[in-house]
Design a protein around this ligand. Structure first.
Ligand code: SF4
Length: 114
């Protein structure tokens, strides 16, 4: 599946320099890299089915952060539907960098897990 972020316009000042354990193009590591892109742009209950494909994805954090930071309006990204992302963005208008927030949360989780 080719779901590169090149079709996503980055907002001015969009953070992209936050350290990630994934170097380079994270999209090449996505669990959906060989899937049909249309599969991730379905509606209704089909979204809940397709987002389960993200749950074991090695770059789920990077994918979700990219979608949130760039306000991607359509499709399932990082295990969240567009509706779920919109709700999250409304709840947390204070977040300037989802990438920073999610990577920090992942690092804290891994540190606490020992
Ligand atoms: S989190 Fe989901 S949409 Fe994002 S790269 Fe992984 S499988 Fe693809």
């Amino acid at each position: 599946m080719l779901r590169t972020t090149t079709r996503v316009r980055r907002r001015p000042g969009s953070p992209d320099l936050v350290a990630s354990p994934i170097d380079g193009d994270w999209t090449a590591l996505g669990a959906c890299r060989d899937a049909d892109p249309d599969e991730f742009f379905v509606q209704g209950a089909a979204q809940n089915r397709v987002k389960t494909r993200c749950f074991g994805c090695a770059v789920r954090t990077e994918c979700l952060a990219d979608a949130l930071d760039n306000r991607v309006e359509f499709g399932v990204w990082g295990g969240m539907t567009e509706r779920e992302r919109r709700a999250l963005l409304r709840r947390r208008p204070d977040v300037l960098s989802w990438r920073q927030l999610l990577l920090d949360a992942r690092a804290a989780h891994l540190a606490s897990a020992g």
